[in-house]
Ligand binder design. Structure first.
Ligand code: SF4
Length: 461
């Protein structure tokens, strides 16, 4: 169910908070710190939209902020440790300025164990709220300003999609467009289904409306976002799947690109690959996490595909879209994985020839099935495997870059680099740098790759 009424309640809190904020702070400032994936980046854009509507000026400088929010990630232990470290640094700021409000949200905050730890060990944190209550930020701030005690809210009662939340996008050239929330897959290593809930898709009309608004505002690169975008449409009262949604967005007039992430191989259909190949605005780029090259490990991960199915998908994608950019996620050292099985991951990488990989050593997450799986390989040994994987991928990535030399590409100029050069992206999301006027930012131009020197260098043609 899509619901505008849910956020209407928050509009009341936004209006009630404005005079309070003005009285206490004069011109209040808010700083939003984001950890983790693009879904969190997108959620933070909504936090900033709500904060701006309340009268806060958004700042990147935590030292000058009156409201500080940590939007957290629970996918890996390392990310959690960084969050606790960051929360710790705010203690001094709050000691000096008592009326700072400190809030923690996101996937960590959705977990009871984390909420309890913050309650006990970080008494200067004012508000802790999980992923199901993102839209209630104005209410929490208003209540805290009005003298309420510390607020802890993890309830999962809102299962509808909350429409109508304001958004303040970080970039003007490219933007995130959430199309679904949650995940039903329960990969055995993953905490996401426990902290983000079950899959819910937005109605296509809402997505098209937002995509049109993005295009009208000058955005030229739209990334459709979801934990498992290619299972889009399940449970909706309309007959649509992800391929159908792509075609609808592709039909919106204007000069812009469409990307999407993340896809699951089990839902990556031939229809989807054909649609990608037929839609001119859909980038020929596929981020398709394979996680392991061993069918036995994939089964233990509950991934619902095997090595050969994955390789067949890649073969089809390459046949339909020659030159397609391929990227993936890989886990090294899943519990029970043997060195021989890890070598199957290496051989899959060599066979597919990915442009780049997001590589991770397995990080056990409490509450997931993999947490209790026997794991006989030491961290040091996994570290060696990890390095071997990097050494396998590195020359492949470089060779694919070499193949781009001398070729022409249409690129989108996205921003200025530190040295004043324009940073632009190909259809395959590969960054190139070239000299050109700043006024080109936000435009598509044609370039030719002229060299490789700490990245691809190009000239305008
Ligand atoms: S598909 Fe698997 S890895 Fe991705 S969010 Fe869902 S459970 Fe996690």
């Amino acid at each position: 169910m899509q619901d505008y009424a849910i956020f209407n309640e928050q509009q009341v809190y936004i209006e009630k908070a404005k005079p309070l904020l003005e009285n206490i702070y004069g011109a209040p400032k808010a700083c939003v710190n984001t950890f983790g994936c693009q879904q969190n980046v997108s959620d933070s854009e909504h936090f900033k939209g709500m904060l701006k509507a309340m009268g806060y000026e958004i700042t990147e400088n935590v030292e000058e902020a009156d409201f500080i929010l940590f939007n957290t990630c629970a996918v890996r232990e390392h990310a959690e440790d960084r969050v606790y470290g960051n929360i710790g640094t705010i203690k001094k700021l709050k000691a000096a300025r008592k009326n700072i409000i400190l809030a923690v949200s996101g996937c960590m905050a959705q977990q009871e164990i984390v909420a309890n730890k913050i309650k006990k060990s970080y008494p200067y944190v004012d508000i802790v709220f999980g992923t199901h209550n993102i839209h209630r930020l104005p209410e929490f701030i208003y209540k805290r300003l009005s003298g309420s005690g510390r607020i802890f809210e993890r309830s999962t009662t809102v299962t509808e999609i909350v429409e109508g939340m304001p958004v303040l996008r970080d970039k003007s050239v490219k933007g995130w467009l959430p199309i679904m929330y949650g995940c039903n897959n329960f990969c055995t290593y993953c905490i996401v289904p426990y902290v983000r809930g079950r899959e819910r898709s937005r109605a296509s009309a809402q997505i098209i409306k937002e995509a049109k608004e993005m295009v009208a505002s000058g955005i030229k690169d739209i990334t459709l976002l979801g934990q498992n975008v290619n299972s889009y449409g399940k449970g909706l009262n309309e007959d649509i799947n992800f391929a159908g949604l792509l075609r609808k967005i592709n039909d919106i007039p204007g000069d812009f690109r469409i990307r999407f992430m993340t896809s699951h191989p089990k839902d990556c259909t031939e229809e989807l690959l054909t649609t990608m190949s037929e839609c001119s605005k859909v980038c020929k780029q596929l981020h398709l996490p394979f996680q392991s090259g061993s069918s036995r490990v994939l089964k233990a991960m509950n991934r619902h595909y095997d090595r050969q199915t994955y390789l067949n998908l890649i073969k089809k994608a390459k046949a339909l879209m020659p030159g397609i950019t391929l990227t993936s996620d890989v886990i090294v050292g899943f519990p029970g994985e043997t060195y021989a099985e890890f070598c199957q991951t290496l051989s899959l990488i060599k066979e597919v020839r990915f442009n780049s990989l997001f590589t991770f050593i397995f990080s056990p997450r409490p509450g997931t099935p993999a947490w209790n799986m026997p794991d006989n390989v030491s961290r040091a040994e996994k570290g060696k495997w990890f390095n071997e994987l990097l050494l396998t991928q590195e020359p492949i990535g470089k060779e694919l870059e070499q193949e781009m030399l001398g070729k022409a590409y249409k690129v989108l100029c996205e921003e200025l680099g530190k040295d004043g050069q324009i940073i632009a992206k190909t259809d395959g999301n590969i960054a190139v740098e070239f000299n050109g006027p700043e006024s080109l930012i936000g435009s598509f131009v044609n370039i030719k790759i002229t060299g490789i020197n700490g990245g691809l260098k190009a000239t305008l043609i």
